[in-house]
Design a protein around this ligand. Structure first.
Ligand code: CLR
Length: 375
């Protein structure tokens, strides 16, 4: 697990720079071996990877069944979101900081499930996404930003943002689920192999009143096992418990006590098989539009993959300078940048209403909605 000697000193000075760092991590210069060859706009694809669990939400016959299915889908996305880079490359990596208006477009199953992503703000960096299974009548739309702080031995990342999942019922009614996002810690910094652990609590609040409360814990905590969670489904925040689900979000989760219908001990789902998560399909770079992530960042990504960090950093500077120039030109013309895929919905009333049911005051209250012209 030790770092190669050549990387030790650059990692050491990186850690030193971290200690005095404040602000968002996008502004941080990381040593080249810790750079990921892709952008943060690709991350919303993790929401779509357990595509069959996503589609299955619409098959729930009652509000309670659908609530459990939404909870299962949410939990099943976590291992992709938070352990994929570590699993594949041995450590967490630093993705590109997206440029304003950057897009990531993808799909699964020949367009049955479609993903739109756009970087809707650069300062602070905010990413908006829309994931839709038309046939099933399910849309998951959200946004995310990160606030980071550094203390003692780890980086703490607060995810700012939320998602709203909407299911169109056969009756024509729409059921909505507010998804809040967990906090994360980046550990393993001192050994040069950063990895993510989730902490504290996130929620799923449904318009029909049920609430999932997901409590995260890691190796140093009560359970002693990394990537653990203990989830309760209650009728309303703080109401009587209908189901308890415990286990790890990278492995098995079981119904625990108390749970309805004699389900205690039964397996809720198993995240350990990679087969349950399907990678997103993305058009070849040659067919992408100029704002699409993999096309815009190609030279940088190629440089990182081949270990040619000089050309990667040249390409990165060129892209960033061009972006800065674009903003200056807009300003000179008295224009402001117009989003291409999403519209901002300030003070989203639907979001505020569901957040209110959770009795928590969100840090942000805006949503971004996919333009009808883009859908
Ligand atoms: C982005 C939104 C996704 C979930 C997710 C997973 C991992 C997070 C990432 C988000 C944001 C960027 C992140 C990353 C882990 C490490 C990386 C915090 C929240 C930072 C920028 C890398 C810092 C460099 C270290 C390796 C030292 O849905």
């Amino acid at each position: 697990t030790a770092l190669p000697p050549a990387q030790k000193s650059s990692w050491g000075s990186f850690l030193k720079s971290l200690a005095s760092f404040s602000g968002d991590l996008s502004g941080l210069t990381a040593p080249s071996f810790i750079l990921a060859p892709f952008s943060l706009t690709e991350f919303p694809s993790y929401w779509g990877e357990p595509k069959d669990f996503f589609a299955a939400i619409a098959d729930g016959k009652t509000a309670e069944e659908r609530h459990l299915l939404v909870t299962r889908w949410f939990l099943s996305t976590l291992s992709g979101q938070f352990t994929r880079r570590e699993k594949e490359t041995g450590s967490e990596k630093k993705p590109f900081n997206p440029f304003l208006g950057e897009q990531f477009l993808g799909s699964w199953d020949n367009g049955e499930l479609v993903l739109h992503v756009e970087q809707v703000s650069h300062h602070p960096p905010i990413t908006a996404y829309h994931l839709e299974n038309k046939k099933k009548g399910i849309v998951y739309e959200g946004n995310c930003a990160q606030k980071t702080s550094f203390s003692a031995r780890q980086i703490s990342v607060k995810q700012v943002g939320h998602g709203l999942l909407r299911v169109k019922l056969p009756s024509g009614e729409t059921e909505t689920y507010l998804i809040t996002l967990p906090k994360l810690k980046i550990e393993g910094l001192w050994t040069g192999r950063p990895y993510v652990e989730l902490t504290e609590t996130s929620y799923i609040q449904a318009s029909h009143g049920l609430t999932s409360t997901i409590k995260y814990s890691g190796a140093g905590w009560v359970s002693g096992t990394s990537h653990s969670h203990s989830t309760t489904v209650t009728s309303g925040a703080g109401g009587p418990t209908l189901y308890t689900l415990t286990g790890t979000w990278t492995g098995e989760t079981k119904y625990a006590k108390p749970s309805r219908d004699g389900k205690e001990g039964q397996v809720f789902f198993d995240a350990s098989s990679d087969a349950m998560r399907t990678r997103v399909d993305v058009k070849p770079v040659e067919e992408q539009n100029e704002f699409e992530s993999r096309r815009a960042w190609k030279a940088v990504a190629d440089g990182i993959r081949s270990g040619d960090y000089d050309s990667a950093s040249q390409a990165k500077s060129a892209l960033e300078n061009a972006e800065r120039q674009r903003r200056k030109d807009e300003q000179a013309r008295g224009e402001t940048f117009q989003l291409r895929l999403f519209d901002k919905r300030p003070n989203d009333p639907e979001y505020k209403q569901l957040a209110h049911a959770l009795k928590f005051k969100p840090e942000e209250e805006d949503s971004w909605v996919l333009k009808t012209s883009a859908a």
